[in-house]
Design a protein around this ligand. Structure first.
Ligand code: TIU
Length: 222
């Protein structure tokens, strides 16, 4: 059984045949100018740094036979799955559902809500559209993982302390062993990323482990 010996807070044992990679919300709306991330007042260029490593991680998992699952945070065109508590965020003139340079902000089927080309899903990979921050809430993810027999989840994507951490906590509560790939996740706030990595692995991996892409690759390639 592979081990990421240098994972934090201590060695992480996993079986590639019962693992899956979850790539969270690598969408134009978060990573490119003119989207939801920018309307919330963020500098989206920070997120672009992880794109090459995330692409390499996806390629490694495909080569190793580890299923790759992609998520997109987005809403139905009629916004029936968008509670007011979520809608009333960001600049009043550019909220979820409003028109923007990449189509309606965070709405399914619009250009901004789609995944950036560099990490685009290939045929056969599950793409989950989710209305919440967590990928388990109001989606088929649990059922899909049960069918696959998945026990370990490898995490990547954006943003570290929002949708990635929320999904990792949901997964931990559902009994999955979780490892977050540090250089394949990013936040608009470097201090929040660092704090999230710390809080995930604190207290004896209370939520899960963290490791670098190179460490995972070494473990898989022996
Ligand atoms: N705002 C922010 O940091 N993130 C989100 O709204 N969604 C995700 O993290 N995907």
């Amino acid at each position: 059984m592979p081990q990421i010996a240098t994972a934090l807070p201590f060695g992480f044992d996993f079986d590639a045949t019962t693992s899956a990679l979850i790539v969270i919300d690598m969408q134009r709306d978060f990573i490119e100018p003119g989207g939801f991330g920018e309307t919330l007042g963020n500098d989206v260029s920070l997120l672009q740094a992880i794109v090459p490593t995330t692409a390499a991680l996806i390629a490694l998992c495909r080569d190793t036979g580890i299923p790759v699952i992609h998520t997109r945070e987005c809403h139905k065109p009629d916004l029936s799955d968008l509670p007011a508590a979520k809608r009333d965020r960001g600049a009043p003139e550019a909220r979820i559902g409003d028109p923007g340079p990449m189509g309606r902000i965070l709405v399914a089927g619009e250009r901004g809500a789609d995944i950036i080309q560099e990490v685009y899903p290939i045929t056969g990979e599950l793409v989950i559209d989710k209305p919440g921050k967590g990928a388990f809430y109001a989606t088929i993810l649990s059922d899909h993982l049960a069918r696959l027999g998945t026990r370990t989840l490898i995490f990547a994507g954006v943003t570290t302390e929002v949708c990635v951490q929320t999904t990792m906590r949901e997964a931990n509560d559902r009994g999955f062993e979780c490892v977050l790939i540090e250089d394949a996740t990013e936040s608009y706030f470097p201090a929040f990323k660092a704090a999230t990595l710390d809080m995930i692995r604190a207290q004896g991996a209370i939520v899960g482990w963290t490791a670098t892409f190179a460490e995972l690759k070494h473990a898989l390639n022996g």
